[in-house]
Design a protein around this ligand. Structure first.
Ligand code: 26W
Length: 818
């Protein structure tokens, strides 16, 4: 079916009209940014009709809706993506060409909405894409941060954070919807008052401050199906405009405070990944968007239904990690205080409507709030938590009489803290991990007591990525090549990409693949030349690690490997050595000193190696500044080797690993997260695996016995590399610059053991695996075969598969047929 009648001449006319109306300019006079705005408005015009139709249809069918609650949505740019979804990318490119405008340049005008940190936020964006494409009714609910993830600048080799004012030029894809504004209340106290009519106590929050939550809607366009879902992100405004006369009434102070609250609450995304800062403002952000989103869902439901006790039949709330877990007590509060349900009725609805996804076992990421902070900010919600906790603890004691250790590990309120993960588990009907090994670790270790008590809640949903953005948009050459051999079904049914298998051994096909990879490497080399002023050879091996900086992800181990290879080459200038370009990218949280030191080390090592004539350019080291969705697309397409080297058991899933795979890069990694499933799919012989297994790491952590000094003392090459960290070699003689990260490997710090992430223990096997990759690469035909098999076996890792499993096993939604 044709969902869009695209008329090139009309489109061109609309663009010109838009430029005139918006800027009083002709196309010739317009800046690229102005053309971007004009084109985007023209595209939105097209989308709006489908958007309205979809929403009317959902209402008419009275479909069940999933509300995907997430503090982060890392959508990336909309224009190119929407054109692809509308299947008019090529036509619009043509139309623009005829106007003398390069569509790529126009796409580059759009800022990346960076409303997320890393994996969790990008996963949410992939899920929205798949939901719309598969035809399921869904709302993404989040926050419209004024400032998203900071922009990263590298100065003198160090990370500098620059504010990201992504809304400066205006966002043509959003729709402000003040008519759906909601009030959200903070603080004050709860007054209890007997109600003669209902014969119940009323609980009335008084003396509070409130903010007005204003929704902005962004369309989420399904691929070639006419479906448009909504990403609803909330802005905050003061409830009443500043009134001078309130000064006279004596509420001047309060008026100012309310203004400030509204201003600060959506000001900025917390740039922490896997680390809780524990700031009150973050809890305010959480409650703000959750309360507004739940109010929306309930209001929508009540438009068509009178029995609030059946809410869970039409609505499901998926909580993206514990950040939205306040949804559990907030829903209880609304159902009891505002809708008049009894506790038991409300609990039934809540525990049938809420579901929770866990994305990490890193203990520093566990959300806990001090009781006094929580109860001061959300007094009535806190009372709900107290009662949920009281009943749950009673239940634990009933099931495990005399075993207070169960209470200690599972209670929601403990040690003066609210434990959000426990709240999320108790309040949900489903708890899922994001890769097999991760779910298994949750069940057997991290959440073992919960799993034993309520095994039926637990399930796995291995993550996925959208092939529409990460193959079709990111790598048009490879996308066309895939289509040539398997047809275009892969766009909405990725497993058919396995039809490539018969071609994996075909020399002509291999040559085509290698050529496309080469062209993509040329494209990235150009980007690197422009941004880093470094010449890299597209014939060299592009060995890439891009992801947030974190000790457990072990970028440190990677750069130690580069230092090791450099030493080797210096000592044996005539050795066989295939030219290799080591590419890094990723942001460190602003306060994460060790991660920033690693960024500094990478850049300094690059500075030394890239300028050493002795090695004749055979090693290059590049740190790509400001890694984000838009440049990620260039990077995945150009990669030969995908570095997935986390300490086993620590990376819940990873999704970058899948983006590399689908672009024909070969994984060099540990048996961690979804790497394990990549190995299963691609076959052991088509990846390079090294390092301790998760069980070995877990045993070391439990029983001790790991001593990094053993490795340091026994391996002179490794010792040399570590010593170079503190002899000034890579810091212009400053012996202290890298002392902290050096010591983190060798010296115990209080509770923290030396080399917590087993870098020294894995180093040797990492080097070996890395060298094996080099010999694999030398055999060009064999390499092409391996890469093609990886692409062919990537079918499982589409987020379409993941979403289908969520729908079938958790959400139980019906497909919309437009
Ligand atoms: C409270 C601070 C904070 C902020 C973000 C704690 C935890 C997070 C996220 C859960 C971290 C995150 O993004 N986790 C990643 O989620 C991806 C999607 O499931 C996985 O692929 C990654 O392995 C996991 O690290």
């Amino acid at each position: 079916m044709l969902y869009l009648e695209f008329e090139k001449q009309t489109f061109k006319k609309t663009v010109a009209e838009n430029i005139k109306n918006l800027y009083r300019r002709t196309l010739k006079e317009a800046t690229p940014q102005q053309i971007f705005q004009a084109v985007s408005y023209a595209v939105k015009d097209v989308i709006i009709d489908n958007w309205m139709k979809t929403q009317a249809h959902i209402e008419q069918e009275d479909s069940k809706i999933v509300y995907y609650l997430s503090m982060e949505f890392l959508t990336g740019r909309a224009l190119g993506n929407d054109l692809i979804a509308l299947t008019v990318y090529d036509e619009v490119k043509e139309a623009m060409d005829e106007l003398g405008v390069d569509l790529n340049v126009i796409e580059d005008q759009e800022p990346d909405p960076a409303l997320g940190n890393g994996g969790l936020g990008r996963l949410a964006a992939c899920f929205l894409d798949s939901l719309a494409t598969l035809g399921y009714p869904a709302y993404g609910c989040g926050i419209r941060y004024r400032y998203g993830m900071f922009k990263q600048r590298i100065q003198n080799g160090c990370q500098q954070e620059v504010p990201d004012n992504w809304l400066r030029e205006g966002n043509p894809f959003e729709l402000r919807r003040p008519e759906y504004a909601k009030e959200v209340k903070f603080g004050g106290y709860v007054r209890v008052q007997y109600n003669e009519k209902t014969k119940r106590n009323d609980f009335i929050q008084e003396g509070y401050q409130s903010v007005r939550a204003i929704p902005y809607d962004m369309p989420v366009v399904g691929y070639n199906n006419g479906m448009v879902n909504t990403l609803r992100i909330w802005d905050a405004e003061a409830v009443s405009d500043f009134q001078l006369d309130s000064f006279d009434k004596g509420d001047y102070h309060k008026a100012v405070e309310q203004e400030n609250l509204a201003r600060t609450i959506v000001e900025v995304l917390y740039p922490n990944d896997n680390h809780l800062a524990g700031k009150e403002l973050r809890l305010k952000q959480q409650y703000f968007f959750i309360s507004a989103s739940l109010q929306t869902a309930i209001e929508k439901y009540k438009k068509q239904h009178s029995d609030i006790g059946d809410l869970h039949k039409k609505v499901v709330f998926q909580m993206n990690d514990t950040h939205p877990a306040v949804a559990v007590p907030e829903l209880m509060r609304i159902l009891i205080d505002e809708e008049g349900l009894t506790w038991d009725e409300a609990w039934k609805v809540t525990t049938h409507a809420c579901a929770y996804t866990n994305h990490t076992i890193m203990s520093e990421a566990l959300e806990k709030w001090p009781v006094d902070l929580f109860s001061r900010l959300l007094p009535r919600v806190y009372q709900m938590i107290e009662e949920i906790n009281r009943r749950f603890v009673e239940h634990i004691r009933f099931m495990y009489p005399g075993d207070e250790s169960k209470v200690a590990s599972m209670a929601i309120l403990y040690d003066g803290q609210v434990r959000m993960a426990n709240l999320a588990i108790v309040g949900s009907f489903s708890v899922n991990g994001v890769a097999h090994i991760h779910t298994e670790i949750l069940e057997k270790r991290e959440l073992r007591n919960f799993y034993e008590m309520m095994p039926e809640k637990f399930n796995n949903k291995t993550n996925g990525i959208t092939q529409r953005r990460f193959l079709m948009h990111a790598n048009p050459l490879l996308a066309d090549w895939v289509t040539k051999y398997v047809g275009e079904d892969w766009i909405t049914n990725l497993p058919v990409i396995e039809r490539l298998m018969p071609f994996a051994d075909n020399e002509k096909v291999q040559r085509e693949f290698l050529n496309i990879k080469y062209l993509n490497k040329v494209r990235l080399a150009k980007y690197i030349k422009e941004h880093n002023h470094i010449d890299v050879d597209p014939h060299s091996i592009f060995d890439v690690q891009v992801k947030r900086l974190h000790e457990y992800k072990r970028q440190f181990m990677n750069i130690l490997r580069v230092m090791y290879l450099y030493n080797l080459l210096k000592e044996n200038p005539d050795m066989e050595f295939y030219p290799r370009t080591f590419i890094f990218g990723g942001k460190a949280s602003a306060g994460y000193e060790r991660a920033k030191e690693v960024i500094n080390l990478i850049n300094n090592v690059g500075e030394v190696i890239n300028n050493d004539p002795d090695i004749k350019g055979r090693i290059k080291v590049v740190f790509i500044e400001d890694y984000r969705v838009s440049n990620a697309e260039l990077i995945f397409a150009a990669a030969d080797i995908s570095e997935q080297i986390s300490t086993a058991s620590k990376e819940a899933s990873g999704t970058g690993n899948m983006k590399f795979m689908i672009n024909g890069a070969v994984t060099l990694g540990t048996m961690d997260g979804a790497n394990v499933e990549i190995v299963e799919e691609a076959g052991r012989e088509n990846v390079e695996i090294f390092g301790f297994l998760a069980q070995e790491i877990i045993d070391y952590e439990k029983n001790g016995g790991y001593n990094p000094l053993d490795y340091y003392n026994r391996d002179p090459e490794l010792k040399k590399v570590l010593d170079q960290l503190i002899n000034g070699e890579y810091s212009c003689g400053d012996k202290d610059r890298f002392r902290d990260i050096h010591d983190s490997l060798l010296v115990q710090r209080g509770q923290e053991p030396a080399d917590m992430y087993f870098i020294l223990g894995d180093f040797k096997s990492y080097i070996t695996a890395s060298q094996k990759m080099e010999s694999r690469y030398r055999d060009r035909r064999k390499w092409a075969k391996t890469a093609i098999i990886n692409i062919a076996k990537s079918g499982k890792f589409s987020s379409d598969r993941t979403i289908f499993q969520y729908v079938e096993e958790i959400w139980h939604l019906d497909k919309i047929l437009l």
